[in-house]
Design a protein around this ligand. Structure first.
Ligand code: BEZ
Ligand code: FE
Length: 329
């Protein structure tokens, strides 16, 4: 509907029973159909939340103070809002809605706040970690599409903590990137590198999100993992990680990122791989075959999932670019 035709009722004498519809009406002057839909649903759920919990003014002020503190602690290298979204399970939920995966493809997981854009590009075979205390690890991976064809030239960002469980950006005197690199897959879809065996670590918990976890009697730990991000035109951007099996936090990740399909056993380099990759026999070994999904497959699946989800909710919407907007026709 043309927003100029929206009839705005007099905004007076609003009550708990009619404020929601009035706020939605005035917001519907917005010309962007998707934004209008998101705001309509946001206001509806926020208002219902307040009505249902009988939210007190003191509680709402506590919430606002908490959000203020979350903002105040953010810097270029500290993203407390991402942490908050992560510990509330929202990051994982949004990733699974926006990046649906057909069976057999590599699942996504939480990005977290520690990816940077300054990692150096590195050819296969080099070391992305310079921590002498870390346990040396050979990582050998392949990258294919859903038909099993190798994908060449994919930009792969990889990052992990040092052996004490800290990312480079958590050190005040960081001069250059460490524990992170960018690689490209070769003609066979292969990329391999040296790293250190990941260790469990706590997410930053000296700020408001840490205080929230404490109040909820939740621990701040993530199980041992290594992050991967894959980018190539024509393929859905994949943000994922590999988790070590039998980690003490495998089933209680503070940010809900662990999936069985992303959980790996660390093996040992045998004589053949030792010769091929020039690393000592017996060294720790991680191997994984990643499968990327095309943009076209992802768009189709996203639109299908949106339709199924919204039908289930009985909502009258149109699906445009895979996303629901109000169906006003
Ligand atoms: C991480 O794995 O780097 C991470 C994810 C979520 C919150 C904090 C850290
Ligand atoms: Fe991490």
């Amino acid at each position: 509907m043309d927003p100029s035709l929206v009839k705005i009722p007099p905004m007076k004498d609003l009550t708990a029973d009619n404020i929601t519809e009035n706020v939605i009406t005035i917001n519907s002057l917005c010309e962007d159909a998707r934004m209008k839909y998101v705001l309509e649903r946001l206001v509806t759920h926020l208002h219902d939340f307040a009505r249902e919990t009988r939210l007190s003014s003191d509680e709402w002020m506590t919430g606002l103070r908490f959000l203020t503190e979350v903002g105040q602690i953010c810097t270029d290298v500290r993203q407390e809002f991402i942490l908050l979204s992560d510990v509330l399970g929202l990051s994982l939920l949004v990733d699974s809605i926006d990046h649906p995966k057909p069976p057999g493809s590599t699942e996504g997981t939480v990005l977290g706040p520690f990816h940077t854009h300054d990692a150096e590009e590195m050819p296969s075979g080099e070391s992305m970690s310079h921590d002498p205390k870390g346990e040396p690890l050979l990582v050998v991976c392949t990258l294919r599409d859903t038909e099993g064809k190798p994908i060449e030239g994919v930009k792969i960002d990889i990052w992990e903590t040092d052996s004490s469980g800290h990312y480079d950006v958590q050190y005040a005197g960081r001069e250059e990137p460490d524990g992170r690199c960018v690689m490209r897959s070769d003609k066979e879809g292969l990329f391999w590198f040296r790293a250190i065996t990941p260790v469990p670590y706590p997410i930053p918990h000296d700020g408001p999100v840490g205080r929230l976890l404490k109040k909820l009697h939740r621990h701040p730990y993530r199980p041992s993992h290594m992050h991967f991000m894959f980018e190539k035109e024509g393929y859905d951007h994949l943000i994922t990680a590999l988790y070590l099996r039998n980690d003490p936090y495998e089933t209680s990740d503070a940010v809900f990122g662990v999936k069985d399909s992303l959980t790996v056993d660390i093996g040992k380099v045998g004589p053949e791989l030792s010769k091929k990759y020039g690393v000592p026999e017996g060294q720790a070994l991680l191997t994984y075959d990643f499968v990327l999904v095309s943009d076209a497959e992802t768009s189709e699946l996203r639109a299908h999932n949106s339709k199924v989800a919204l039908d289930k909710l009985g909502r009258k919407v149109k699906i445009v670019n895979g996303l629901p907007i109000p169906d006003l026709d």
